[in-house]
Design a protein around this ligand. Structure first.
Ligand code: 5GP
Length: 141
């Protein structure tokens, strides 16, 4: 499949559609997942085109991983999560639904209680209040 420059994450990078940002630098963007699997579920993307791990430039993967580590630490601290799951899906069969490389940071609170993947939307005001906690934890590092 060819990379679609109009996928929703590419449009967020260009500022064409909104997202609840928690972190941004020259190479990456981190924002709240609108269908979170647990409170604090955050996504990290490189800003450059790349559908998955397989076709992305190593520099883009590296930048995204660096941001994922930084934001994961902040998410875990902000939500006092005893565990954190980091996932990344390649291809529809693997569960990928948005075809721009991204890493999921999913706080784990109690074993076996994650909501299903990409299923149920959570109110923007709730996500914004969670983002406030993550931004504060990032500032504290
Ligand atoms: P994937 O299934 O490709 O690994 O993950 C895509 C993720 O993007 C899902 O967890 C889904 O909830 C999230 N998502 C889908 N559409 C939007 C959107 O418009 N805004 C945000 N913030 N997240 C989205």
């Amino acid at each position: 499949m060819a990379y679609d420059p109009n996928n929703i994450f590419a449009r967020m990078v260009r500022g064409e559609i909104p997202c609840i940002k928690v972190y941004e630098d020259a190479d990456t963007l981190a924002f709240m997942d609108i269908m979170p699997q647990s409170p604090g579920h955050t996504l990290v993307i490189p800003k450059v085109a790349g559908e998955s791990l397989f076709d992305s430039e190593p520099a883009a993967v590296l930048a995204a991983m660096r941001t994922t580590q930084r934001v994961a630490r902040a998410v875990a601290r902000a939500f006092e999560a005893p565990g954190t799951i980091v996932t990344q899906f390649n291809g529809p069969v693997a569960g990928q639904t948005v075809f721009h490389l991204h890493f999921h940071i999913i706080p784990a609170y109690v074993s076996g209680t994650l909501r299903p993947h990409a299923r149920e939307r959570v109110d923007g005001a709730v996500l914004e209040s969670q983002a406030v906690r993550i931004r504060a934890a990032l500032l504290a590092t």
